[in-house]
Write a protein that binds this ligand. Structure first.
Ligand SMILES: [Zn+2]
Ligand SMILES: [Zn+2]
Length: 860
């Protein structure tokens, strides 16, 4: 569903811009390489990456990727995404990774890529370096151990609290906050680190938190990123304590070969036996883990390839500021990320399914030899280096680079590759739109920016359009294990693609997280059914001859001018919202217009004219034709299949374009925006709606005639407007005689009965309610009504006194005007009074039992 959301955004923009006359380049690429595929292959075949020769492992990855692409391509076609499939590429194909390698070679030549030995984040399960952006932080409960360090040459001890005692063998110094009074006298002196007793110095550093533990920290290589900064700042030695699998190295002495976890337990045991463990306590801690397999990340130093992103920090921030972000506040996420970076980007990975790093090493002096541009693509394991002798030591022996590139090295040049790089088609660069989810701002958006700035000196996109994440109906992140998972195939089968697209649009404002909701999908489906039924009714009345009539010669009624005015306002609003990527507002406005104004009102209000053959009938047909066709066009970017079906079934035959998606986007006709027609139309809708409700409450057929309706208003202006739409109201609601009068009606009222509100009185009075019913029945209704008018009703029944408020009872009245029985409806805004004379049977049937009883009593 996340992909459906993301792609619906792109597709709406592409379809809308095409209708606006743009030649839209909507490419498709598959980012194939990377850990997720390798992890999936390891799971499916129950193997680890080292169990097979790299080529065999790679083949399994390619097979899985092909399967995934086939499935996703089918899904994308079913969801109606209007991609230009002729542009399709896959990053695992030599033609693509040739370009990834070319970008590596060019940046290496410019000194922006280098080989170095620096600490990196390391996943011991995946056995690879990973970038900062791939480390995810999660809260865990850790154990804080208070450990005694012997002061060197004395019989005193210093206590240090740590969550990672397994790192004790790699402790190279201990540190306190500068000027901490507790330790001032010991700074510069030495302590013995248990369990091996290596002697290290106590130093001062401003990054020590004096509030944490005892205020003394041990600096190890490397427990975390602060250790890395301390080692650099104080030029400390590095002990390589763990290996690539996360096991203890020789440097751990008798603990060598244990896992980190086993080593921790063994060291704590030994400390306890030696009486050096003072106490242990629980501590909530935020731990960095591998984004893919959730294993806690360790810090390791190994020679790696890096891209010099820290040097580009200012350019990246400047670039992010110049680009338009939708929504605006997402820009800050990228800026914050760029500002927080303190390490260069490690671009080498110790994995298999990825672009090979185009390099070799001299076996005698380790000098790296990078490929020439003309050689690319290369596979160093198979191909020869570009030189025969090492330029440094003249050796003739080389070995291939085994490492591969971070998959973001592939996907961070996609925009240039789409534009044909290295032969750049300037029409396609920079891209107008880069759409992606909030989750990859600090990866994709950042890497795209930094890499294009490095390669081409400019930002690769003009606008970044961000979509939120999809949550399950229970408000939790959608996942198979939580059982709140829905995939597009399930939803499509039940409601069709266009209902899913409507959910994606109206479920949340652009950039916000969005809950998946069957209710929203169902609403989208019902909306289309409503429009379809309306088109099926109106379709037979509409044809090309009608569309081509000269509107100047037609007799439009105010109700026609109302719908045409509303339509033109809708065109203007929808266009504005689409330009601003506010899809939910645009879709909401179209839905409201089609459902309530077009289907519920206008079509009902012109039904009685559609069968005629005069100029007002032609005017109704003409307006209906244009309103329905325009609505179908406005919907085309959102519901492409549905719009096409409406268009081809009812309008396509009359048009030069075979598809709604080839027709042009509707333009506002300002001459048709008519405020006075809108007011008249709204009045007509108000009266029609009121009369419709009147009939339905009385279970009358809508087609049944109301002999007479009189509308009173105190405003001459309103009366004038009502008179203009009088025929439409009368025609729509089958009113025999419709009168509009200025002033107030003279009414005679008679109270027929005062009935108890059982829902109120029942729970309050319980058995006594029987007495009240009896008392109300026996009293004179007029007397009861008079008392009620004063605010209270006092009753005596069964020897008890009761007091009722106006809301405890219902007063049934009969109203007469000029001697005839009428029903009165008061409307507040604008102030109108309707006097309705119903067909006799219609009114009699609605009498309640007690009103009938009351009338019989009055008669007797
Ligand atoms: Zn991992
Ligand atoms: Zn050499």
């Amino acid at each position: 569903m996340g992909t459906a959301l993301n792609w619906t955004y792109f597709d709406i923009v592409a379809r809308y811009k095409r209708m606006r006359g743009f030649n839209v380049f909507f490419p498709q690429g598959w980012d194939c390489h990377g850990l997720p595929t390798e992890v999936q292959v390891e799971k499916r075949y129950e193997i680890r990456k080292g169990d097979l020769p790299p080529e065999k492992f790679r083949e399994l990855c390619i097979k899985l990727t092909e399967e995934n692409i086939t499935h996703m391509r089918e899904e994308m076609n079913s969801l109606g995404f209007s991609i230009d499939w002729s542009t399709e590429y896959r990053t695992m194909d030599p033609d693509y990774y040739r370009r990834t390698q070319l970008s590596f070679v060019q940046l290496y030549k410019r000194g922006l890529i280098y080989r170095g030995e620096h600490p990196v984040n390391w996943c011991p399960r995946c056995e690879t370096a990973i970038a900062d952006a791939e480390v995810e932080y999660a809260d865990r409960e850790a154990t804080l151990s208070h450990i005694k360090f012997k002061r060197h040459g004395e019989d005193e001890y210093l206590t240090i609290a740590t969550t990672r005692p397994e790192y004790l063998p790699a402790c190279v110094v201990v540190a306190v906050y500068p000027g901490d009074e507790r330790y001032e006298k010991q700074v510069g002196k030495k302590v013995e680190v248990p369990p091996f007793g290596q002697v290290v110095e106590l130093i001062e550093d401003h990054e020590v938190d004096p509030e944490f533990g005892t205020g003394v920290v041990m600096v190890c290589t490397f427990g975390d990123k602060t250790d890395v900064r301390w080692v650099k700042r104080h030029k400390l030695p590095v002990v390589k304590l763990i290996d690539e699998k996360g096991n203890m190295s020789e440097a751990a002495g008798k603990y060598a070969g244990l896992t980190l976890e086993e080593c921790k337990r063994a060291i704590v045991d030994d400390l306890r036996k030696a009486g050096l463990l003072l106490k242990q306590e629980k501590l909530a801690q935020s731990v960095g883990a591998c984004w893919r397999c959730k294993t806690p990340v360790e810090i390791l130093t190994k020679p790696q390839w890096f891209m010099r992103v820290l040097d580009l920090k200012d350019k990246v921030i400047e670039g992010a500021k110049q680009v338009r972000w939708v929504p605006e506040h997402m820009r800050q996420r990228l800026i914050d990320w760029a500002e927080s970076m303190d390490w260069d980007w490690v671009i080498s990975r110790q994995r298999i399914f990825a672009t090979p790093i185009p390099a070799w090493y001299c076996t005698s002096c380790r000098e790296p030899i990078v490929a020439e541009e003309r050689q690319l693509p290369v596979t160093p394991a198979k191909d020869k280096p570009p030189v025969e002798r090492c330029p440094k030591c003249n050796s003739e022996s080389f070995e291939p680079e085994q490492d591969v590139l971070d998959t973001w090295m592939d996907s961070s040049i996609t925009i240039a590759v789409h534009a044909g790089w290295p032969e750049l088609d300037r029409r396609l660069f920079p891209a107008d739109l880069q759409p992606n989810g909030t989750d990859i701002i600090r990866t994709w958006d950042y890497y795209l920016l930094v890499r294009h700035l490095a390669l081409l000196g400019e930002a690769p996109y003009r606008t970044v359009l961000i979509n939120g994440m999809v949550f399950g109906e229970d408000g939790r992140k959608m996942s198979k294990s939580l059982g709140n998972y829905v995939d597009t195939t399930m939803a499509r089968g039940k409601y069709g693609t266009d209902a899913i697209r409507q959910w994606a649009v109206i479920g949340a404002s652009t950039g916000s997280d969005i809950p998946f909701s069957w209710k929203d999908v169902d609403f989208g489906y019902r909306f289309m059914r409503k429009f379809w039924n309306a088109a099926r009714f109106a379709g037979p009345h509409l044809n090309a001859k009608i569309a081509k009539l000269d509107p100047k010669k037609l007799k439009f009624r105010p109700i026609d001018r109302w719908i045409l005015s509303r339509l033109n306002r809708l065109i203007g609003q929808t266009t504005g919202w689409l330009e601003d990527f506010q899809f939910n507002h645009a879709m909401g406005a179209i839905q409201t217009f089609v459902w309530h104004e077009l289907c519920d009102m206008y079509i009902e209000e012109v039904k009685h004219r559609l069968y005629g053959d005069d100029l007002t009938a032609d005017a109704a047909r003409y307006a209906l034709y244009h309103v329905m066709l325009t609505a179908a066009k406005l919907l085309a970017p959102f519901t492409p299949h549905f719009s096409e079906e409406i268009y081809q079934t009812y309008f396509g035959k009359d048009h030069p374009y075979p598809s709604v998606h080839m027709s042009s986007w509707p333009e506002v006709n300002k001459k048709l925006i008519d405020e006075s027609a809108e007011r008249a139309g709204e009045l007509a809708n108000l009266i029609v709606g009121t009369l419709r409700q009147f009939k339905s409450e009385r279970k009358m057929a809508l087609s049944r005639e109301l002999p007479s309706v009189v509308i009173y208003t105190s405003s001459r202006e309103t009366a004038k407007q009502l008179k203009e739409v009088g025929d439409d109201i009368a025609g729509t609601m089958r009113v025999g005689k419709l009168n509009i009068k200025v002033g107030k009606p003279k009414l005679a009222e008679r109270v027929l009965a005062v009935e108890p509100e059982m829902a109120k009185l029942g729970p309050r009075l319980r058995a006594d309610v029987r007495l009240i019913v009896q008392a109300l029945r026996e009293a004179k209704p007029e007397d009861l009504a008079k008392q009620l008018a004063k605010g209270k009703l006092k009753l005596r029944a069964g020897g008890k006194r009761f007091e009722l408020a106006p809301e405890d009872v219902r007063v049934i009245k009969e109203t007469a005007s000029a001697g005839r029985k009428v029903e009165v409806i008061d409307i507040q805004k604008p102030a109108l009074t309707l006097l309705i004379t119903g067909p006799r049977s219609g009114l009699v049937r609605r009498r309640t039992k007690s009103a009938r009883r009351a009338r019989r009593r009055l008669a007797s």
